[in-house]
Design a protein around this ligand. Structure first.
Ligand SMILES: *Cc1c(COP(=O)(O)O)cnc(C)c1O
Length: 860
């Protein structure tokens, strides 16, 4: 391979469909790039000129790529590894966002619009490179530029590590929201933490999950730009000092603190072909340059420097627990660090542009709290406004409660964060004072509305006094916010009657629903090019920014020719996934099989176990020679278990043990394959969702807040087998009951059935179920490791099984039978598949974000 001396555009790529057009457009763009140098005083003419320049020109991509490769990275052809080329390309693409980035910032400032800060401890971004190419419309130019290096775009893309700064759905939602906000040109900034180590990598050894650190920054992150000039100081420990200021006001200050510096790293968030580039600002913790003088003077220079590590630990690692994290000091430090740095950033911006006057602050700012994780922001905003900016309580409280909005993400009571008052008192003493004051004033309000109702006061207090006193962060979030939303209709309804019933009674107007969504750019346009092109060939491209347009596909659902094309696209996608499965698990999936997929965090409430029971049932039938009505299936399961969650890890082992037995039995070869895909992550989901025939959304009804995996599958034409839980209900409503495989108890029936739940009776009355339990309990899948699945069978047999797996076994198995029958009726299945995509419009995160803006943020 030889690097061309001249511009690639002059030696057009051989496999481009029309090199002549490419050449012409290159020349046109070259000419247009020769723009006159304008003086800085003539700002407006510069702006309008700049907007006309086409930065998508292929010669600029190719020039920039060469420049970054040879100059920025200092490489020549012997170094032309994928790694350096990837970096050169990423820098090139970043360059192409810089102008839009600056212009977007200026536009927001000049328009003096309201701004939104989306505060989240997690942003599960995945890869940035494809997203940048797609949203900037640089696919053809990028491919052309790479011709000269004889590498494919696909092979470079694989060099990028996923930015895995999140656990699962909650973090991925934040990432989809950023894409939609930028694509809708809304002034929304994401604020998060720049974890040195993101979500751990999962390997499977002997069937068990093994965690490895995700050192995603080791080779550098070409997308980020450090902004050390916007560093802030975050305080910890110390004590509160009350004093009277020169005007006679009672004031407080926080003294003798140990401080940590928050340094921002900005990542561009490009909108879809709209010249908007928003910002994801991630904070890194650094030590201050102040030495501990005592130690220093005592001669322990080395100890004093080593102590700096404590500060840098704050942003070292993402907590790998999905839906629960109890009481860890470091976690609270992360939450406060993010909240304080982000609020200081926003207040500094305000003061710079508006001065120390906050009367219109609440009209111009809103903070969306992604779950309770950043809820300490409520107390921190009070502190900053009072202690640093001199406001009185009432004014500060009015600003806080008119700017904070809280999104709840879970119904699991164990996931509701509480912090011990004792730990809080030592780490954040000034914040604890403020929380006590908020609570006292709130409880006074409650008792004036409900006199002599001490029970209610106890229930609603921010401080849980039972046992060691604890702070209930969700209550602080509700009390400090003007909006409280759930993430699917059922979830919001359940919040109102369950966890937050007292608060709903007190402030019904605060509660609202915002059903989640996913971005169709990443989850259809980018990840499923075959389907994207087929769809666009029928209905044009408007669907990319207006997903409701997919409804125009409905008339084609029964069109034989269209069905055939649809089927071929799916087959192609299944081939791609089969390759991935083969490469990662050595299991061969036959693409004619029904691809039956469940990928998501491993959690008992998501009931991967129910899926395994069905697989074992199929295995049992195959072994008995009872294959009537059966359809050949490839079952794919994937997901990470929290490292400390023993049962989830045992379920992974069970899946792998069952897979081993099934895949090595020749009788099964034709009928059943089972694979557990290790290290499930965003870039894998981009291959998995387009290839799935059947999407498993089988959580215990009333437990999954919304789900978003369900939406990605639907958009890509998978049919869902699911319970009436989370957004499944809305998916079924959208696609029609006849196109959804429903089974199981609903959330009301689950709570009723709990009272007299007798799983052993259910097992005994069902011979299929009995055989399945017998296979597990006889050690059939773990002959060399006796007893390892005892906890699994015990949990299924327990009357107190919170997830009521046994209750839905029969319904699940029966519905899977009708899945098999429908799959064999090829045309009916294809119709259902097409209808699923056609009806998925409302699950675009563009719709979700429009709802947030219309009803909560109210930007312009
Ligand atoms: C979409 C997504 C999730 C969320 O999946 P659910 O099925 O809604 O739990 C989790 N992880 C990744 C990598 C995702 O892409």
């Amino acid at each position: 391979m030889r690097l061309s001396e001249k511009n690639v555009c002059l030696s057009p790529a051989p496999n481009l469909s029309n090199p002549v057009t490419v050449l012409q457009s290159c020349w046109q763009q070259r000419i247009s790039r020769r723009k006159p140098i304008v003086s800085k005083t003539n700002k407006s003419s510069f702006k309008s000129k700049a907007l006309k320049v086409n930065h998508s020109s292929c010669d600029s991509i190719s020039d920039d790529l060469k420049r970054h490769f040879e100059l920025t990275l200092g490489r020549d052809e012997v170094d032309a590894s994928h790694y350096y080329l990837y970096n050169a390309l990423a820098l090139t693409l970043r360059d192409h966002q810089i102008r839009g980035w600056r212009e977007t910032r200026n536009r927001y400032r000049d328009m003096d619009q309201k701004r939104v800060a989306y505060l989240s401890l997690e942003f599960l971004m995945g890869r940035a490179i494809n997203n940048a190419i797609l949203n900037l419309d640089l696919d053809a130019e990028t491919r052309a530029a790479l011709q000269d290096y004889a590498v494919s775009l696909e092979s470079l893309v694989d060099e990028e590590m996923d930015a895995g700064l999140g656990n699962g759905g909650l973090g991925r939602l934040a990432a989809c929201f950023l894409d939609s906000c930028a694509s809708l040109a809304l002034p929304v900034t994401g604020y998060g933490i720049r974890y040195e180590y993101g979500m751990f990598h999962q390997r499977i050894e002997e069937g068990y999950q093994v965690e490895a650190p995700d050192n995603w920054l080791r080779k550098g992150n070409p997308w980020e730009i450090e902004s050390p000039e916007n560093t802030f100081r975050v305080k910890f420990y110390g004590r509160t000092n009350y004093y009277t200021d020169e005007t006679g006001q009672m004031r407080a200050s926080w003294l003798d603190t140990s401080d940590v510096m928050a340094v921002p790293y900005d990542m561009p968030v490009p909108g879809y072909r709209n010249d908007t580039v928003n910002t994801l600002r991630l904070w890194k913790s650094e030590a201050t340059d102040e030495f501990n003088l005592d130690e220093f003077n005592a001669g322990s220079y080395v100890d004093a420097v080593a102590a700096k590590n404590l500060a840098e630990q704050i942003t070292m690692v993402l907590y790998p627990n999905d839906s629960s994290e109890n009481g860890k000091q470091l976690r609270l430090r992360q939450q406060y660090f993010l909240s304080s740095a982000s609020l200081q950033d926003i207040l500094q911006h305000w003061v710079r542009h508006k001065g120390e006057k906050f009367t219109s602050f609440a009209e111009k700012n809103v903070f969306q709290l992604n779950d309770t994780h950043p809820t300490i922001a409520v107390a921190e905003l009070m502190r900053l406004l009072m202690d640093d900016h001199g406001l009185q309580w009432d004014e500060a409280w009015s600003i806080t409660t008119n700017t904070m909005a809280y999104t709840n993400h879970t119904l699991l009571p164990e996931a509701l964060e509480t912090w011990s008052v004792r730990m809080f008192a030592s780490m954040l003493p000034r914040l604890l004072d403020i929380i006590y004051e908020i609570n006292a004033r709130f409880l006074a309000e409650v008792s004036s509305r409900y006199p002599d109702d001490n029970e209610r006061l106890r229930r609603m207090s921010i401080i849980d006094e039972e046992g060691e006193p604890r702070i209930r962060m969700a209550y602080l979030a509700i009390i400090g916010s003007f909006s409280v939303n759930g993430v699917a209709a059922l979830h919001t309804d359940l919040l109102k009657v369950g966890l937050f019933a007292d608060f709903y009674e007190f402030w019904p107007e605060k509660f609202n629903n915002k059903t989640n969504g996913v971005t169709p750019r990443r989850w259809l346009h980018h990840s499923n090019p075959g389907l994207r092109d087929l769809i666009s060939s029928k209905i044009g491209e408007e669907w990319v920014t207006n997903l409701d347009q997919l409804a125009l596909l409905k008339p084609f659902a029964t069109d034989k020719e269209f069905q055939k094309q649809w089927h071929n696209v799916k087959l192609d996608n299944k081939r791609r996934l089969a390759e991935l499965v083969k490469a990662t698990t050595s299991v061969s999936f036959d693409t004619t099989m029904l691809f039956d997929v469940q990928v998501k965090r491993i959690h008992e409430y998501k009931r991967q176990l129910l899926n395994v029971l069905h697989v074992i049932h199929l295995y049992d039938r195959i072994c008995r020679g009872d294959t009537s009505g059966m359809v050949p299936r490839a079952v794919l399961i994937g997901g990470k278990a929290a490292p400390g969650y023993a049962m989830a890890k045992t379920i992974i082992k069970l899946v792998n043990s069952v897979a081993e037995v099934v895949n090595s039995n020749p009788k099964c070869e034709k009928w059943l394959k089972v694979a557990f895909i290790p290290d499930y992550k965003v870039s894998f989901m981009e291959v998995i969702a387009p290839a799935a025939d059947l999407s498993e959304q089988i959580s215990t009804a009333g437990k999954e807040a919304s789900g978003t995996g369900n939406m990605k599958f639907m958009m890509n034409g998978a049919c869902t087998i699911g319970t009436l839980d989370g957004a499944n209900i809305e998916i079924r409503e959208a696609v029609g009951a006849e196109n959804f495989f429903l089974f199981g108890l609903d959330s009301t029936q689950v709570e009723e059935a709990r009272l007299s739940y007798d799983p052993n009776a259910l097992i005994d009355a069902d011979s299929d179920f009995k055989r399945v339990m017998n296979l597990i309990e006889s050690g059939h899948f773990n002959q060399s490791e006796p007893g390892i699945f005892d906890s699994v069978s015990a949990s299924i047999r327990s009357r107190y099984d919170a997830w009521m797996t046994a209750a839905d076994f029969r319904g699940f198995v029966n519905t899977q039978k009708s899945v098999a029958e429908t799959y064999k009726a090829r045309e009916r299945w294809l119709e259902m598949s097409i209808l699923n995509t056609s009806c998925s419009g409302r699950f675009s995160s563009d719709r979700t974000i429009r709802n947030y803006n219309d009803e909560i943020w109210k930007v312009q």
